[in-house]
Ligand binder design. Structure first.
Ligand SMILES: [Zn+2]
Length: 96
């Protein structure tokens, strides 16, 4: 299974630590079909299962394309909520 992934170091935009996450090697993916709702079926690995990156320190989570798009106000809000509640509360920040 390791041939489908590689490691990438990511800096959390919220708490600024660096952590390692798995990324899918897209050239290794094999499409075996499509559902009636156009969902793509893959042979070995579904890249959608690895789309969200989660910081192991503060819990900030977002998709790859949105991971670095936080405003200073978003960061302050997330850091305040995390310091109060840890992972007990799910936060949703919409980036517009
Ligand atoms: Zn973090």
């Amino acid at each position: 299974m390791d041939e489908f992934f590689y490691n990438k170091n990511i800096e959390c935009p919220c708490c600024k630590i660096t952590f390692t996450t798995k990324r899918v090697r897209r050239r290794k993916l094999r499409i075996v079909g499509r559902d009636s709702d156009l969902n793509i079926k893959y042979k070995d690995v579904n890249p959608l299962h690895y789309l969200v990156w989660i910081c192991p320190n503060c819990g900030y989570s977002a998709t790859e394309s949105e991971y670095t798009e936080l405003t200073k106000d978003d960061i302050k809000l997330l850091q305040k909520k995390y310091s109060q509640n840890g992972y007990k509360e799910i936060m949703v920040v919409y980036v517009v």
